[in-house]
Design a protein around this ligand. Structure first.
Ligand code: SF4
Length: 352
């Protein structure tokens, strides 16, 4: 039984598999192909109720209503940044709020989505890390965020959604099954039909789950939020490193690369006077030798909960990049987006 779905409640239609729906219709004297019609409505046609499934007879719609519920995610609030970024607060069926962000750029429209309500990993620089983890998101809830952000891209920019990053609230690899189920649906021809290569799952570093990604031969991209290539420093800002240290992560990434052949991205926030020295850059370059990779240097967005962290100066950022490039590492510096509405990396915390 689902933890969040008491036995007395009707089952969420998004959780019914195709064979289960087929059996349901047959058992109720209806046709098997109704299952395909329902699948189209709930995954392709953005239906929001059984009532709106207009090619089903009234009797079929009533039957569905009697046995299933339609859990919908709604946009509680959308904030627009000066730079075009749109941050949405999504209300879930149980009134929990999560956040997702549309990040427009010249060559792409990216959705940054959440995988959990809150997060259990307590990274010290991240606003979400100061919230409790309340629960995992369902595949349908992850999917619905993408659909809602895709709609915003069409509405505000008349452009299709091109990329998805799992960098919102939560640790995706601690909601492994649901995140992979959502990605399956997003990439399916019976879903959004997006390419796996346009999807990036970002982890704080759960070694055994990175190995599992390799075993599952996933096709999407993997990013590791590294932020320090030295265990002492990484332990200070990411407590998960105490049980998943750099050596364990390196072994897991080698396995992942051997199984998938996918180049890994390291995300590295450069904090002023913490991890921005030449020595830090050299340690990062050394870590980059483990598997083919690239490094995204990310600007930090200070949060009220962690006043000790500040963004590195532009000179230090440039110097840090140079040290990496001199060692043959592919680097890009990512300017933060949506800072004025708390939509930038590490700022998502259900703040109004
Ligand atoms: S950085 Fe990611 S893993 Fe760490 S606390 Fe924030 S949401 Fe959780």
């Amino acid at each position: 039984m689902d933890i969040d779905q008491p036995a007395s409640e009707k089952k969420d239609i998004r959780r019914a598999t195709q064979p289960q729906l087929e059996d349901f219709f047959l058992a109720n004297g209806d046709k098997k192909f109704r299952a395909t019609q329902v699948r189209d409505w709930i995954w392709n046609k953005e239906a929001v109720s059984f009532e709106g499934m207009t090619n089903l007879s009234l009797a079929t719609r009533v039957l569905l209503e009697q046995h299933y519920q339609f859990r919908q995610l709604e946009v509680a609030e959308a904030q627009h940044s000066k730079d075009g970024t749109v941050k949405s607060s999504f209300r879930l069926f149980d009134d929990n709020l999560i956040e997702g962000v549309l990040i427009p750029a010249e060559d792409r429209m990216t959705a940054c989505v959440s995988s959990q309500v809150g997060c259990s990993l307590t990274c010290t620089f991240c606003a979400t890390g100061y919230m409790d983890r309340k629960r995992n998101l369902e595949p349908g809830e992850i999917y619905d965020q993408v659909v809602a952000i895709r709609r915003q891209a069409a509405e505000h920019y008349n452009a299709p959604l091109t990329n998805i990053v799992f960098m919102g609230m939560g640790e995706p690899l601690l909601n492994y099954v649901n995140v992979l189920a959502a990605i399956d649906r997003i990439t399916s021809e019976h879903g959004l039909g997006m390419a796996s290569r346009r999807i990036t799952v970002s982890t704080a570093g759960i070694a055994k789950m990175i190995i599992k990604l390799g075993d599952d031969a996933v096709k999407f991209n993997l990013a590791l939020s590294l932020h320090a290539a030295n265990d002492v420093k990484r332990n200070q800002i990411m407590p998960i490193n105490e049980s998943n240290n750099l050596d364990a992560l390196a072994q897991a990434l080698k396995y992942f690369y051997a199984k998938t052949g996918t180049r890994v991205t390291y995300e590295y926030i450069v904090f002023n006077n913490f991890n921005d020295s030449d020595q830090d850059a050299r340690e990062l370059a050394d870590f980059c030798r483990h598997v083919p990779c690239k490094v995204n240097i990310i600007e930090y967005n200070p949060i009220a909960e962690a006043k000790e962290f500040k963004n590195a100066t532009q000179d230090r950022l440039a110097r840090f990049r140079d040290v990496l490039e001199q060692r043959g590492i592919t680097v890009s510096i990512r300017r933060s987006r949506g800072k004025d509405i708390d939509a930038a990396c590490g700022q998502l915390a259900g703040k109004k």
